[in-house]
Design a protein around this ligand. Structure first.
Ligand code: HEM
Length: 148
């Protein structure tokens, strides 16, 4: 506990850094799907998108999510940081849960592209691209403004 209290600001800083990396990937990957859905299966462009998507998910998005949860969990465990009777933390963690489910769908859609069996349109992925933006806005307002 002493470690968490003494290093609270460092842990919060690393939490925010990992959040930024996670969100950067969550905004970029569905954008790649928008373009990938518009090129022919088996084309050189499609094969290039497969490499980009695989690396973005495995090298950036997955590790950043793990780091966000690790440092976020340490903040939850730090005495005095969270008042569980307040509403903001429940709103935040619910939105984080939905964000994590969305992450799961991104991974599933990537596999479909990789196996040339994507059936969804560029328009579908354009709409899906808005989901993490809305969730991020809800999460950041909940944790910084703590409105209730
Ligand atoms: C399992 C995932 C997460 C957990 C357990 C978690 C938990 C926390 C906790 C307990 C704090 C400290 C609040 C305080 O010091 O008052 C915090 C800070 C913060 N979290 Fe998270 N968080 C998670 C995911 C996220 C995500 C996905 C985002 C953004 C999209 C985010 C954005 C922030 C920001 C911006 C702060 C700093 C707030 C400030 O300094 O005022 N967190 N988080």
């Amino acid at each position: 506990m002493d470690f968490l209290l003494e290093n609270y600001r460092w842990i919060r800083a690393f939490h925010i850094i990992s959040v930024i990396a996670w969100m950067a990937g969550m905004f970029y990957l569905p954008r790649l799907y928008v373009y990938h859905a518009g090129v022919p299966v088996g084309s050189a462009q499609s094969e290039l998108f497969k490499v980009m998507e695989r690396r973005l998910l495995r090298v950036i998005i997955n590790p950043a999510m793990i780091a966000t949860f690790l440092f976020g969990g340490m903040l939850l465990a730090t005495p005095g940081v969270v008042d569980w009777s307040a509403g903001w933390i429940h709103l935040k963690l619910t939105a984080v849960l939905v964000m994590s489910a969305y992450h799961g769908f991104l991974a599933r859609w990537r596999k479909a592209f990789e196996q040339d069996r994507n059936t969804k349109s560029a328009k579908f992925y354009r709409w899906m691209n808005e989901v993490p933006t809305v969730l991020m806005i809800v999460i950041v307002i909940a944790v910084t403004v703590k409105p209730f």
